[in-house]
Design a protein around this ligand. Sequence first.
Ligand code: SF4
Ligand code: SF4
Ligand code: SF4
Length: 319
Amino acid sequence: MGFLTRWLESLDYDYKILPHCSRYKSPHSTCTECIDHCPKEAIQLQNGKPVIHTADCIDCGKCVASCPVQAVEGFLPKRSIIHKQYIIDSYNTPTLKELLVYYKKGITTIICPEKYRNAAWEEMLEQVNQLLIKLGEEPFTVSEEQLPFPHHESMTRRELLFTWERELKQFAKKMTPAKWRFNHESLDVAKHYPDYQFVYIYLDKSKCTLCKACQMLCPKSCLQINETNFTLVAQRCSNCLLCQDICPEHAISLKKMISPATTEKQPIYTKECSCCENPYQTTNEIQQLCVACQKKQQFSSSIIEQSIDFMKEGSSWQI
Ligand code: SF4
Ligand code: SF4
Ligand code: SF4
């Protein structure tokens, strides 16, 4: 490969953190996915935001694949695909997310020579196959050597001519390994499995104050609040944790699990506050106070508790 080609290719690998990174959107974000997956500790937090130190980066693309909101811009390393068989040809083996996307692109066989196998790769393969079974798919076929191309036992003349024509068109591709590359935008796994959700979003109706912070920050529009309902569309959720991190009432929690895609609608009630008599909205069927009166009540109770504690401490000193 010439110097110019190598230089042009290296431009692809200029990984960059995009402004829609969860940590750029909120200082409450706890996401560390890109940092945790970098094998060279080339990503570090500066003022709470991830920064890539290019001198330490080895262009493995693990950060690109791990980001739940596709906020690490860049291309993944080239992968060799021959006749729908994914040939592992380096120690930089693909990530779980990548394999799930390849599977949906029709690549169901992985050729992995002995020298590239190791415990981490085997474990990841086991994990991806378990996920595929939960997603109602057949697991990957794994082999050490390239499998022969399928051929038909008997065909009509028309079928034969059609097959020759098609195979001629693909001849070049078969002779030379096709180099597949994904960029960050290709790795939204949920888009490739529309019948399933990968996360369960739990809303604690007794805590939510309908402040809409989660709705405003969710990058996948999973949380929608209108006059009558709080709708949770978990199918689109990428488990970025932002809603859980920023909810001031700790009313949202997330659990990684695969299940058929469902849209949940929680009713929103319009009521009159029993204290200030102003109208207000809530997801809590039994709550009788508006948010402002609830906060006032909580504040008064905490002052009373503190006074009691103070008096108890005072009396123990007298003893
Ligand atoms: S994984 Fe993505 S969202 Fe999380 S800190 Fe890194 S760039 Fe930001
Ligand atoms: S779940 Fe939390 S962030 Fe979302 S509207 Fe309710 S209180 Fe606000
Ligand atoms: S629902 Fe929460 S975890 Fe899922 S994508 Fe939206 S903000 Fe991220």
